[in-house]
Every structure is written in structure tokens, then in C-alpha cells.
Design a protein around this ligand. Sequence first.
Ligand code: C2E
Ligand code: CA
Ligand code: CA
Ligand code: CA
Length: 275
Amino acid sequence: AKKQGKNRFYWFEPPMENELRFRNKLEAGIRDGIANGEFVPYYEQQIDLETEELVGFEMLARWVSPELGIVGPDIFIPIAEEIGAIGELSESLIAQSFEDAKEWDPTLTLSVNISPVQMRDPWFSQKILKLLVAHRFPPDRLDIEITETCLHENIGMVRSMITSLRNQGVHVSLDDFGTGYSSLAQLRSLPFDRLKIDRSFISELKQEENGSALVDAIISMSDGLKLPITAEGIENEAVLEVLKSMGKMKGQGYHYGRPEPADKVVERLAARGML
Ligand code: C2E
Ligand code: CA
Ligand code: CA
Ligand code: CA
């Protein structure tokens, strides 16, 4: 507002004003939402494509906002990172998911996504250890997913982080593989347990199409690195069949179901005798 003379204000609304206001509201909403426990884990099934067995779940965060409804992580994770709230938010989600996953069959793994911002925290692996101990969750059931873009950061720090997590018995996967342009040399120098092929490569796969050349190349690369793989974004039977013909791997995607809240997971597991 501009002050014009005595006690008179003229409001002007530049085009950005509305967006800015919305953004400020979002930030405030996220802060309140963390305090009020509005962020909850959803879970997506992970399947062994060969045996068709359910092997675990990936935790995917959702914001159940009283005002906005169910909001996805692509909206709130970047904002939580910017306002310095990602660590607290992530720890709360991981704690909730440990409590959920403790009830599941102990063969089932739990994958969680970690932001590059958290990877810069020198105390990160200590924080994970503390959560594992506090919630009595077995470290070898936990799989931490680090996106390939993390590797653009200080690689020495990333390596020691992965190493200290693995020394605690936790597994570490490289997420969104193929989207981050990391070099083979770089990958070979990092002690990952698994590669996750990004869904942008998978969703294009169809029978009798050459879209599979890229996925073929990614799979031979993982063979070379001696790393098992998970394919994400399997949306239909056709894609599933192509992947099965390419070798042994795990997979996940809408073909198996959408991410669902903990109570739905419990129903699903009860029906399979996996509680
Ligand atoms: P991501 O790790 O690559 O997770 C896969 C995303 O693809 C999820 O979106 C999932 O719901 C969606 N998806 C799964 N199967 C299919 C499919 O068959 N077709 C299509 N079109 N999509 C599928 P979502 O849940 O919106 O999550 C988006 C991203 O947000 C995730 O990508 C992950 O990087 C990030 N994220 C989620 N939860 C967290 C979290 O707690 N912390 C951090 N730092 N990031 C998170
Ligand atoms: Ca992921
Ligand atoms: Ca992905
Ligand atoms: Ca991702």
C-alpha cells in the first residue's frame, strides 16, 4: 500500500500479488499442518515381478488439509524445503510409517523418500538411527530412496552418508534413475543397494515398440553395476509383460493400485494373511 497524504491508502494489485498471497497462505498452512498432524503417510505396493509376491511398500507423503483437501508432495515438499521445515516434516512422517509398518508381516520392507536438503544435514544418519531405536523398527526393513539429483551435490559427503546409513543396516536406493545424468564412474563409486528406474522410461514401454531400447540400456547398466532394480510407474499389463521379459526385478505402479492410507494397507494385508 502507498500512503497518500493523511490516513489515505491506495491499494495496488500487481499481477504477482495474488500468487504471493496464495504462497504465503500455503506456507502458513504447511507450518500449521505440521503442528496439527495433517501430514500422513500413504503407501504404494512393491511387487517381485517374477514371483508376483508383495515385498514391501513405498511411503508417499500426503497433506490432508482441512481447507484444500488431499494435497500431493510435489506441491508441499519444495515449500517445506524452502521454509526450513523439511527435516521436521520428514521425521514425523518416518516415525508414523515405522509405527504403521511394525504391524505388517516382518518380511515387508518400507521405502522412504529423502530430500537433497536432508542429505546436506551432517546429522541425518544419526537422526534416522534415533528414530529406528525410538520406534524399535528393524533397520534392515528400511530402504532410503535418494534421488539422482542429490549426486550433483558434494559427492564425498553423499558417499559418507550412504556408508553410515548402510553401516546401521539400512538399505539405500538410487531413485529416479536415468533422469539425473550421473556418470557410470560416479555410480560405481557409491555403495547403493538398488536402482529405481524412473517412471518416465517405464510408462512409454509397450509391446512391439522400440521404446524398450532405453530401458534395455538402463538394465544392462544395472547388471554392470551388479545392482538389482525396481521399475516404477507400471500402469498396465502390457508394460508389465515387457518388463518381465527383460529380467528379474521389482516393480510398482497403478497397475497394482494407487497409494493408500495405513488402514487400507492393513485391510489388504489382513486379506492376504500378512499381518
Ligand atoms: P517418486 O519417489 O518418484 O514416487 C512415485 C510417484 O509416482 C508418486 O507420486 C506415485 O504416486 C506416482 N505413481 C506411482 N505409480 C504410478 C503410475 O503407475 N503412474 C503414474 N502416472 N504415477 C505413478 P507422488 O505420491 O505424487 O509423489 C511425488 C514425489 O514426491 C515422489 O516421487 C517423491 O520424490 C516425492 N515424495 C513423496 N513423499 C515424500 C517424502 O516424504 N519426502 C520427500 N522428500 N519426498 C517425497
Ligand atoms: Ca521414490
Ligand atoms: Ca520417479
Ligand atoms: Ca522422485
